[in-house]
Structure formats: structure tokens, C-alpha cells
Ligand binder design. Sequence first.
Ligand code: BDP
Length: 675
Amino acid sequence: MRHIKFLYIIFLLSLISCGSADTGNAAKGTISWLPYASTDKGQVCVDEGISSPTIDIACRELRGHWDGAPVNIHRTTDGDAIGKNGFAISQSDSQVDIYAPDDLGILYGVYALLRNPELGRDGRVEESPFYDLRLLNHWDNLNGTIERGYAGKSLWKWEELPDSVSPRYEEYARANAAIGINGAVLNNVNASPKILSEEYLKKVAVLADIFRPYGIKVYLSVNFASPMVLDSLPTADPLNPEVVKWWTGKADEIYSLIPDFGGFLVKANSEGQPGPMDFGRTHADGANMLAEALKPHDGVVMWRAFVYSPADADRAKQAYLEFQPLDGKFADNVIIQIKNGPVDFQPREPYSPLFSAMAQTDVMAEFQITQEYLGHANHLAYLAPMWTEFFDYVQPFDAIAGVANIGDDDNWTGHPLAQANWYAFGRLAWNPQLTSTQIADEWLSMALVDKARTPEDVYESLLGMFDTSREAVVDYMMPLGLHHLFAFGHHYGPEPWCDVEGARPDWLPKYYHRADSIGLGFDRSPSGSNAVGQYPEPLRSQLASVETCPEEFLLWFHHVPWSHRMKSGNTLWEELCIAYQRGVEKVEEYQQTWEKAEPYISPELYADVETRLATQLKDAKWWRDACLQYFAQYSKMPIPAEIASEMRPLEELMKIHLPITNYKSPTPALLDSLR
Ligand code: BDP
């Protein structure tokens, strides 16, 4: 009887927790940080004289979703110290006051309050954005595919625009405004010239109209050869007067349709894209010509520094070699957009030394939110720790961009927990001082579980899972500074042995790992490629020596003997085995964490992530087995028996060839059929 009573109580508790499970926004295919529950009773009072479409949105959000004390909205005067687009909030039991110098600041204040209804209760809270430009870069093609996108097709339905408008456009704007993102580059950096045609600009203008009241400006990636392709000019030489005239006219046309157009993003002379160097000119010549065309309209040019060519020096050095000599030669509305690391969005890279070498030029960081190199939409990898690690080294730039992980999937991001990465990017662009744990805590309690009803140990485990997940990916894919061990083309699975006849050497893993009988890693010390020489002192000296180089970057900067003693006392080889195994065990731990959290998470979301974690575990083992057995051929050292016993033989692993596609994750069924 007692037993039955106990079960009954458990049953009642589970009903309560089901209720709480439904509160997790991530479960509903909605934007996890937006308010949806409708109160329709929020009371708002706006100071006289304040009115605009942006304020209308702010009021609508409050009326619809706020159920606290009445909110008063005030415009501050010039003397007030609140920064542009910032806000201050204070609240008591009887009222809430939001102050801001401009409409957008008010909207941001409203979203901050809705996210955290207690904001300003213990005293006035004041915030303003750290970076002026906080942009998403969409690598969306005009045919609807997304380069390195793993969440379905493009949100932008070009074939339906301008006549038909998806409700998701406004939801997208709302999602971004709620975390402070204020710009979107709509199309792929490998840009089709067609985006600048009149037909497409009219479509773009419709999106810009929808985004405008949310404070989001539209930008476009442009193809440097557009004048040749669209209007048959014989050249795209940036110093040719006809070319200059073409771009000036194009800019005027764009601004007549989109008066607040943000500007251009340009990938030039990189991976086959056209650029000024095709005409014997420099990056500065090209960027400045475009900047001149946009200048009268206050537009900017974001010129990417992602350049490398097979014949030249160490790939990690090339952006610096090409751009550093141009420091000071760019117009003041040009910003050089630099990927966080010197190679290409690997799970871990040191920061790109170009950030500390462009004192007279505006520079911005490019992060990748989409997980091109971190397991696509199949793996849980919370990326805030990667970005805060970058901020530990660099912060001196003016703007920030993230390559979006958004598509038209119901849940927007493929992996439902990957919405946390979109969220984290926005939060860090707003305030790079936030910690990754703080942001994970915000997201988990809004999106996944009801914190108040989730046992502390369960909640802490979920938080721990988020916080360690990127490091786990590093461990099971490429620990200790290893990088680019990917299969050719799709960047998903391990192929440290990969050799493709005729392929560029710098697209092949051997270029990066350099395994031989002596050791492992790329010698970038002064006796090697001397990439360390591009870093400022004292970091340069620290990186230059095997003894002082942080171990997480060791094989990035050094070719290290297999028997080298690590700080732990283990040899390099032993440490490598430990790291790969640790990564696998972490994923096993996440499966347990997830299981423990089941009663507090909606069933649909639970099942989805459970399946993805199972794939992630198989992938982690695939990586471990492939890399350790491949490297063991060089180290001639044993893999610990407990790991070796469960490994799939290398010959079998070498037969796995995923079909190459760069715009979707391999499905579990496909992976299972191939391995
Ligand atoms: C690499 C991607 C490629 C992009 C390129 C870029 O593999 O698809 O076009 O970067 O950033 O990471 O331009």
C-alpha cells in the first residue's frame, strides 16, 4: 500500500514536471529566448512625443507578454551617460522605468526586461552594446542551399519575394533584436553577381523593410566581378573609371530602394573568387573603390582577410603577410573582417595575429556559429567557450560577425540545442565580458528547463554539459593543437591519411599534422615556418618554445617528439591517447546527464537530442579510432589496451567515404550504413 502511495506521488510529481517541461521553448520549434506566453495585460506608459514603429514593437511586446508592474518608457536627454542604443532599467513593486537615448535602446531594454523580469529590481541597471556592428553572415545561396548550413534550406524564399512574405522574416528580426544583433548579410560570401540585379534588389528591399523597425540593417555580399557579369563591362579593375562609375551607380540604386542599407561584404581573391589582384591592384585599391561608392550613403565595406594560396608560405601566415603591409591604406569606412583563427574555424585555433597588426585600420572578428568543423548539426558543441577564449587574447576591434547556423528547419538551427550558439553570439556581441557559463545559464533556464522545478544537481549537470561540450569536441577530434584532420571536402569525419590526387596540399590533413617517425605537429617556431613571429611579445616568445607554449596549442606551433614529456608527466603519445579517450567519455557522460534530465524536458526535444547524442558518440569513437591508429603507425607506441580493445580496425575505417555535400549533415542512417 505504502508502495502504491509512493508511486502515486511519483505520478503526481511527473505531471508537474511535464507541465514544466512544456515551458522549454527549445521544444516548440520557436525561438527559445523570445516571450510567447501571452498575458495581454502588460501596462505601458510612454513619455509624450515618443513614437515610431520601433516603439510600437516595444509596446506590443510588453502589452502582450509582460505581467509585472506597469512600465514607464522614457527618452533620456543628451546629458545622460547611457551609450547609443543602450538602456537603463529600474523597478520597484509598483513600477518599472526604462530609459534610453533612442528608440532602439528602448526596444533592447524591453527585451532585456522580458528575458529577465527581475532586471533593475536591486538597483538601476545600465547597459549599452560593446560593438557598434553586431552582424550575422548568412552563407545562403540564391538557389536556396546554404553553404555549410545544416538546418535546412535558406530562410529567404527568393523565388517568392517580393510578392509573398514569410512570417518567419519578422520572427527572425524579433529573435535578433531580442539579443541585440543589428545587421544581417543576407547572402553567401561566395556571392552570385545576381544579388545586385534590379530584380533581386527589390526582393532585398522587402526584407529590409521588415527588419528596419527591429533595428536590423541589411548588407549584401558582393562579387567583385559584378560589373563584368551583370553589365558586360570589359573589366572590373577598381581603378578603371567605367568600373568606378558602375559601382557608384549601383550604390545609388541600392540606396534609392533601401535608404539605410548597411554595406558590402567582400570575399576577394580567395578560393577562386575574383578580386582586384586579378587586375594587378591591391586589396586596398578594391576596398577603397567600393567604400567611395558607399560613402555618401554612410555605408561600410567589410573586406575579408580570408586569403591563402597553395604555393605560398605556411597557410596560417598568409592573411597577415597579405594584409599587414596594407595597414593604414584603407578608407575609413572599410573594415577588415578577420576569422578568429589564422586557418579556418577549427575546433581550436590560436587567435589570428592579424588582429594585433592593424593599428591604423578598423578590424572586425568573424566567428562561425554554424558548426562546419564541429560535427555539423549532429554534435552538441556550445561555442561560447571558444569565443570567450578568443576574447581573452583580443578585443581591440570595432565590429563582430558570426556565420549563421540558421535555416528553414522548424527548430531554426538543426540541432535544437544549437539555438544556444545563435543566442550566445548575440549576447557576446553585446557584451564580450559575459562568461560562457552565465550565457549557458540564461539560455538553459529560458529554453530548456524550468530552473525552479529542476533539481539543482540535474541543472548543474546540464550546465556542465554545455560548458565542456566544445572542449569535448576538441578532445575527440583534434586535441593539443592538431587541426584540419578532416576528410576532404565535407569537413565532417576524420581522414588524417587523406590524399587526393591533384588536390591542393593545404586542403589535405597531412599538410597540417606532419606525422613522422620523430613526432607530430606543424613546426611554426622560429626554426620552422616562424608563424610565431607574427605575434607580439611576450606572447611570441611564449609560443616559440615547446616548454612554454600552452599545451592546447602545442601541435599547432611545434613538431613535438612522440616521447616528449608533457606537464602531466605523460609522454605526448600517452597524452594524445588520454585526450581522445576523454572526449569519448565526455559524450558518454552527456548521455547520462541527458537521461537524468528527461523528466524535466519535453518528450519530443528529449528524443531528438538523445538520437543526436548517440550519433555524436559513434562519431567521437570514429575520430578516436581513426586518429590514434593512424598516428600509432608513426609513433610505434601502444594504444592503451582498454581503448584498443574496442576499436574498429584502421583498414575498415579507411574505407568509409561520406558523399561530399557542403550543405547538410550526414544523417544517422547514412552514417550507420557506411561504417
Ligand atoms: C571555409 C568554408 C568555405 C567558405 C570559406 C570562406 O569551407 O565553404 O566559403 O571558408 O569563409 O571555411 O570563405
